[in-house]
Ligand binder design. Structure first.
Ligand code: HEC
Length: 116
């Protein structure tokens, strides 16, 4: 059986770091660090349309399109922004995520961005 993480996403070495769970690993990071602005009528929702309250709304992305490309963290805007690879960085005007947190988000996307 071939799992998503075996498909060899760009530059990924996530297969050595174990399975990431959306509910147990990813969601708590979004809740603590992002929902302040990316839920309800928060500033991030108003300005970009991105709501991070649920898996479905995360996968819907901004009003310009998806921020998660399953299997490819290198091009997923979610990862580009929290890893500081773009002109703007998230969380906006807040302390940046720890490398542990960005690694969790990176591996989750490379493992297929599943609602697991
Ligand atoms: C203090 C408020 C604030 C917090 C906290 C915050 N954001 Fe944002 N976010 C914004 C605002 C405002 C925008 C729209 C303005 C912009 O695009 O520069 C935005 C836009 C975005 C975008 C879309 C950018 C684009 O390409 O259009 C993404 C993706 C994003 N945020 C992800 C996150 C993630 C992931 C977190 C948590 C790790 C987070 N944000 C935390 C305020 C915030």
């Amino acid at each position: 059986m071939v799992h998503a993480e075996d498909r060899g996403a760009t530059g990924s070495n996530s297969e050595n770091r174990g399975q990431i769970s959306f509910k147990e690993d990813v969601r708590p990071i979004l809740q603590i660090r992002c929902l302040e602005c990316h839920s309800g009528n928060g500033q991030g929702v108003v300005e970009s349309g991105l709501n991070l309250e649920s898996y479905e709304s995360l996968m819907r992305g901004t009003r310009f399109g998806p921020i998660v490309i399953p299997g490819n963290a290198m091009v997923s805007n979610l990862n580009v922004l929290v890893e500081g690879r773009a002109g703007i960085r998230m969380p906006h005007n807040r302390k940046r995520l720890t490398s542990c947190e960005t690694t969790i988000l990176h591996d989750w996307v490379n493992q297929g961005a599943r609602n697991n």
